[in-house]
Ligand binder design. Sequence first.
Ligand code: URA
Length: 461
Amino acid sequence: MTKALGPDHGAAGHDASARILDAITDKRADRPLAAETIDGIVRDIVSGRLPDYQVAAFLATVACQGMTAAETAALTAAYVAGGSRLRLSELDGFVIDKHSTGGVGDKVSLVVVPVVAACGVVVAKMSGRGLGYAGGTVDKLESIPGLRMDLNADELRRILSEAGMAITGQSADLAPGDGATYRMRDVTATVESVPLIAASIISKKVALGADGLVLDVKSGEGALMADQAEAERLAETMLDLARAFGLPCRVVLSDMSQPLGYAVGNALEVREALAALRGQHVPGLSEVCQVIARLMLQLAEPGLPEAAADGRIAAVLGDGSAHRIFLRWAAAQGGDARVLADESLLPHARYRQTVAADRDGFVSAIDPRAIGAAAIRLGAGRLVQGEQLDHAAGIVLCCRVGSRVQRGEPVAVVHYGARDPEPALALTHSAFTIGDTPGPERPAVHRILGLESAPRVGSDR
Ligand code: URA
């Protein structure tokens, strides 16, 4: 963690400050930074030699000016340097990893990780906490009492061999440069930057060292990249980085113009994911999960036809094995056996209020940012760092874009506990646009990238 250092933080601190100030000046003048400069700055940040305001100024300059491909690769390498590398690729069999840029109601990992594991491919996943209005997998899973999200490397390996899957939070010694800058980005409006996001995600994946990676890059109002062209630029940048680090990768560009599925909020999303794992079709969510799970299987087994991959996915959803593997994994990671046996014991909100349609018509938009902001106001996400969450709080939509509704009919149910629900009720109400026509239908998946590059399984990393 960086500190607000005083004026006399020693010679090393003075060198560090001189280096970052020169770099800020160069970046502002569009002069690219050398790899050694970037590496030195990241080391200074990780070791706490720089005051927060200089780190914030550096991140803001990068976010405004962007980075060249070479600078972005140097930043990624610098984030990994100084930390451990797990090299899961050294385990028996193919180990696959998956990461999303995040969105509102994004519970895809909770579904695809057990689905792919049930199909026989080991899945290792390092997840984050909520980021702004987008929830985080770690927060969602912590609504299962006892479930540990802080595995060390040995525990991760053991759970992978016992359960065939593992999901954990980021440990301090993996991609330490990402950890140190991520906290700062979250509170300095420097999250939405292609080079900063790409280096953050790919550095974690390189440090984890799986054999393959599928990325879910979301675009639309509820995503880090609202604009599809920017989302494609981010996807291409991550694909190039993964290639440069010898990590076989595919990218799915998926839609985040409305919340994913119906549930937004930690325990509510776990329930919806468990329903999907029991084979229930959840509009929007099921389509994205299908494509991502298929790509993960095809990356693990090059040449596997699409229909065969889809057949396996349907089988593990239909015969209950994907659901069982989730329960087995959660128990192995400390999840409370009573709750896992009876999901009605997951946290429940004390109160509920419905939000009703104010006219007859078709739902033409559901603004995911407003829904995400409403969930945060209820305590499902954080407004300040380290805030305690209300895992039961959130919003359940009663309809999707395109649904026909009548005046007075519920369009959403707000679940809450101790917090005043009024701001969330107003935000939820404002999220819905009801018009005379359903509006254009947007596909759940826009594009898949990276199919042209043959997987380099067993490459020398
Ligand atoms: N997810 C990450 O891990 N990093 C980012 O910068 C954004 C999303």
